[in-house]
Structures are given as C-alpha cells and as structure tokens.
Design a protein around this ligand. Sequence first.
Ligand code: 3HC
Ligand code: NAI
Length: 699
Amino acid sequence: MTARYALHGAVAFITLDNPPVNGLGYETRKSLCEGIERANADAAVTAIIITGAGKAFSGGADIREFNTPKMALQPDLHACIRTVELSAKPVIAAIHTVCMGGGLELSLGCHYRIAAPGAQIALPEVKLGLLPGAGGTQRLPRALGVENALNMIVSGEPVKSELLAMAPGQKLFDKLSKSVETLAEEALAFANEVADKRPLPLVRNLPATHAEADGYFQFARNTVRAVAKNFPAPVKCVDCVEAAVKKPFDDGLNFEKEQFIALMMTPESKALRHAFFGERAASKIPDVPESTPVREIRKVAVIGAGTMGGGISMNFLNAGIPVTILEMSAEALERGTGIMRKNYEGQVKKGKLKQEKLEQRMALLSTTTSYEDIKDADLVIEAVFEDMGVKEKVFKHLDAVMKPGAILASNTSTLDVNKIAGFTQRPQDVVGMHFFSPANVMKLLEVVRGAATAKDLLTTVMKVAKTIRKTAVVSGVCDGFIGNRMIEQYSRQALQMVEEGASPEQVDRAIEKFGFAMGPFRMSDLAGNDIGWAIRKRRYVEQPELKYSKVGDKLCELGRFGQKTGAGWYDYQPGKRDALPSPVVKELVEKHRKDAGITPRKIGNDEIVGRLVYALVNEAAHILEEGIASKASDIDMVYLTGYGFPLWRGGPLCYADTMGLHNVVTDMKRFGSQPGADAAFWTPAPLLLKLLAEGKPLV
Ligand code: 3HC
Ligand code: NAI
C-alpha cells in the first residue's frame, strides 16, 4: 500500500506514502482510489481527508514512471481525480510542505483544500518540457484567476501557500492552518464542520473568465514565445489556459490531455527530464554508499585571492560559512577582497542583494598571510598560480599545519591531482574541486577524485556542493578532466574548419544557432586565446602525432589574445565587448591557407555543427570507457551547467541518442574520409561502435 487508510472518529484519513515525495505512481493511485471507495462504502464515515506522509503532500506524477507502461495503467491520474470529485462524501486535501504538479491537480479535484503555511505550491511540469496534464490548466484558472494561474503554469515556479491564500477572490484554499504541526488536527475539525454540507463544491463548476481574453492570450503567447523560443511547452500552456476560458470544462480537459501527450514525445521534454534526473544522479557515486558518513564543514580557507579564489570564497560566504583567505601579501589580499566587495556592490545596485546582507557576508570573511591562521579550517581550497612548483609548496605547507581530517582541495584546471596529493602525507584527504569562472556564478563543480581520495571525503564534498548550490560531477584524474578534455577536441575541429574554408564568424554563428551560448571563437576571445595556445604548445611536444591547425598560433603570435588585448578572432572597440569581424584575421587566415597549400572549400552549417558536437561525443565516449566519468548523464550535466550546451538538447550524449548512434557514426566516418580530413580524429570510440552493434543508447 502506498496510500494508508485510517479512521479518526467519523473521518477517514488517506495518507499518500510513496517516498521520497509521494509521487502519484500506479500503486499510490490505486490505493488512493480504493481508499475513497472504502470510505464511501462505510456508513460510519462522514468525510475524507487526503494528506501526505513525510516531507511532501505530493511532488506530483511519479516521474520515474514516465515512458513506462505503468503510467497508463488504470486508474490514471485523471481517473483518480474523477473518483475524488464523484465521492458522495466531502474530500478535503490537507496540504503541507510540497504540493506540486499532479499533487496540486489532485487537490484541485477535492471538494475543499486546507493548507499549512510555508507549503510550496507549483505546477512545475513546464520545467520538464510538459504542461499540467491532469486538469491543472483547467482547474487552477478557475480557483486562482486566469492571470495568476497562467503565471504559475508558464513559470513552473513554486509560490508559498500563505501568499496564494491572500490572492483576491481566490478559491484555491478554504483555510490556512496555523502551522504544519496543527494541520491534521485543524483539517479534522474542518472535515467535521463541512461533513453535512451539500451540494459538494467542485472547482470544475467555477467560471474561468477574463475580461479581455483575446488580447490577453495574444500578449501572453508573444511574451512566452520571446522568452522560451526553443521550448514548445510554454506556448502550449497558454493555449490550454485559453481553452479553459473558451471551451466547456470537459472539452478543455481533453484538449489539455492531447497537448500533454504530444509534449511528452518531444525531444525538448526528453532533454529536460534527462537533465532533472541527471542533476540528481550526479550526486550519487556508484562505489560510494549513500550512508557514508560526512565530515563537518564549519570553516573554510582559500589559498589565493585571484580571479578564482575570490569567486570561490563568495560561494561559501553566500551560504553563511566563514572563510579565511590566505595570500602572499597584504596588497594581494586587499586587491582580491576589494574585487569581492565590488561584486557584491554590483548585486546591491541591481537590487539582487540588500546592503545589510552584503555586510553580513563580508563580516564572515577574514584574511591572512600566515598558515597558522588557517590550520583549524575543515576545508581548504587552493587557487594559486597554475604551476606545479607553486602547488607543491602550498600543499607541503598545508600538510604540515592543517588539523587531521581537514579536506585539502585544489582548484587546478589541468594539473595531476594524484601528483598534488603526493606532496602530502595524507593523499586520502586530497581532492580536486574544479570551479568554473566566474566561480560565484557558474553552477558546475568538477570534483576530481584522486587514486587515494577517501570515500567520506567525496560524500562531504558532494554535500558541500549542494550547500553552495553547485551541480557537482565526479571526474577521474586525466588531462582536462571531463569538460576541458572534451572542449579541446571541439576547439581542434573549430580551428580545422577555419583552415579548410569556414570563417570564425560562420563557425560561431552556426553553433550559436544550434543553441550554444557562445561560439568557440567568441568564447576563446573571452577566455584568452593564449590559454589554448599554451595547451597546444604542450601537445606539440607530448603528442606530436596529433594533427593541429596552426592558424590559432599565428593569431597569438600577433598578440591577439582576445578581449583583454582588444583584438583576437574579432576586433573590439575600446571598452566594448561586441565582436566585430576582423579584416586582419581574414587576411591572416587566407595567408595561412595559401602557405599551407590548402584550397578553401565551402563548409555548410550542418557540417560545422556535426563536427563540433560529434567531436565532443566521441571524446565523451572515450571518457566513459576509461571510467573517468561514471555515467553518461554526468557528462551531459558538465556540458549543460558549465559549457553552455543548449538545455533543450539535453547535453551532447542525450543529443547523440536523439540523432541516433547510427547517424552519428555514419557522419563521423564521412568527416574522416573528406579530402584533407583527420581520419584518426574521426575514428569512432569503441564504446560508440559497441552500443551501436547492441542497439543501445549512450544515456
Ligand atoms: N516523482 C518521483 N520522484 C520524484 C519526484 C516525482 N514527481 N520529484 C522528485 N522526486 C525524487 C527525486 O528524483 C529525488 O530522488 P533521489 O533521491 O532518488 O535522487 C528525490 O525525489 C528528492 O528530490 P530532490 O533532490 O529534488 O529534493 P528536494 O527536496 O530538493 O525537492 C521537490 C523536492 C521540490 C519535489 C523537487 O524534487 C521537484 O521539484 N520535483 C519535481 C516535481 C515535478 O516536476 N512534479 C511534476 C511532475 S509531472 C506531473 O505531475 C504530470 C501531471 O501534470 C500529469
Ligand atoms: P590568478 O592569477 O588570478 O590568482 C592566483 C592568486 O594566487 C594570485 O592572487 C597570487 O597572488 C596567489 N598566489 C600565488 N602563489 C601563492 C602562494 N604560494 N600562496 C598564496 N597565494 C599565492 O589565477 P586564477 O585564474 O585565480 O587561477 C587560480 C587557479 O585556478 C589555477 O590553478 C587555475 O588553473 C585554476 N582555474 C582557473 C580558472 C580561470 O578561469 N581563471 C578556471 C578554473 C580553474
């Protein structure tokens, strides 16, 4: 049983009990309906209360059931809600903590709703690329008013119960309980009060009206289209709410059902659901049991107050955790903390932060030039220069002074974490915490697991990541970890295509149209072209057999490092960030092709996108095979949260599955057989061929 039945006097309580969030899966729906029927059959029962066990009323339809036959098993959610509506005895929803999606839709089928304060009320289906498919778009406008309901449906954002209870004319809540603790008792009293009242009120019988319906829905559609242009669901939400106003209730319900089923099939919904589960799966490490104890993190130290050290520190200050920054000099500390304050002041100016919060956060910050002052920290994150010699000194120092059990983390983006761990006598306490710039903004955190990293350290770091609101993904040790190792292959192809005939603008435009936030050349100009140059120079020595276009090196030889030098792949006007096509670069590229004896050819946008994205896919397959990433969804999370991969495509591997591995491999072979192509580069990773042969997807 996943809905418990119990009598309290003449009132039947049906308690949804399907952890973790009382999702309305088949068994739960079935026992809920059985409960309603049982209460109706029992002459001693006068009213029925539906509530939820644990930390939710209900999080909605059980999303683990999506795309499984169980979802359609009767009673489906529609049938369940109809059973509730048709109950001859009043049904009261006693709502607390979380009431979302199908959970809210179920409550809207009840005759009455009583909510505890602080409950998060939402129809978040749109975040999964769907719309409320069990009457939410038809009933919520009737209960809350058309505009309030549509805002909730297209945003998917939760609203606190007490705020909704204040909405003028609302019929969503009949009562707000004093607290979560008194909810059951107050619901019981309410049930006894309404037990004999007839007729039973139904939300479906309320009107859904809007004085300026045509104009309003057109305006809503235009707004939603502009904001969410790559997602089909929000516009469909508008269509459904319009149907609530313009069609009879049951017709509107059918229309909503059709739209829901159609959306469920879209690649955008598949991608968003993949991202939802991927984010939660990322925190689970296959060989580390969830019961592994965590170390307590009360104080943090950061070594280095540069670009990364400052941003990393802000994450902890924002979460209320005290930070001490250690630097080489008082001047460096002053400069670094000054930038942090400026960042916060920027947020205050934009109205995103209150001045007093700024002061509270900065008050949690202390600075030092002495290791003595940080020895009690529970977690220390090193963000000094990217130089093994400097890291060695720092880690030897840390090893000498830090208390036993302290976590010693490095923010290195390229260096070997095992080697860094080897500078200490406690390699089990060493880990990589690879933040992305700006570190106080970017969601991604690569947690680099060394050969000796302790399991409880990993669970602790994953928990810390949640506290500072990062999406943490575990990576094994390799050059570039997951994200940068893949992006190197993508950058190689970008350069190669410029050499073969595309312009940097064309490459950027094509991949930006595909959905990347920024193309590879604009991105390189932003990050600094010298970074890629340094990596290539290293590769020429370490792996001379690899084919690299030298066109980027020639750009760097001119000192065109990007925005910071006012010129890179594009020209920049002083103080501006607009990337302007550069005649100097055009000439440089043409001369490079001529010198190399390359006759330029026209490269289509499809080829550009294919070569960039499949370069990522192939490297990702190697990363999976080598066990650097433990699951395909981890790789997609890295790309969705750290590299601007379009969310509606679900990440490179989800995208490859959508395209079909057969097509991916065929295209890769074609890219490898074109004149002048790098055939070695385009050799499909064995994992791709294996999955293709087995007819299995990557994700
Ligand atoms: N069904 C099944 N499992 C769910 C679920 C759901 N609706 N919502 C969350 N879960 C699971 C998560 O997968 C996670 O499982 P795990 O521990 O095995 O990884 C667990 O619950 C806890 O989730 P969170 O880590 O997100 O916990 P939080 O406490 O931070 O948040 C929450 C809880 C607010 C409920 C959040 O999980 C959430 O927003 N869930 C999505 C809710 C949603 O989208 N509901 C609509 C479903 S679609 C629908 O109802 C269709 C209908 O209209 C027909
Ligand atoms: P940065 O040059 O801006 O800052 C480094 C700071 O470390 C400087 O303020 C310097 O004074 C200080 N420092 C140097 N040696 C020190 C020592 N022995 N003790 C105390 N402080 C010392 O460098 P940035 O960009 O912040 O990078 C730091 C680390 O983060 C590097 O390992 C880098 O690879 C990594 N990283 C950088 C990213 C970026 O986008 N900048 C992204 C992800 C990681």
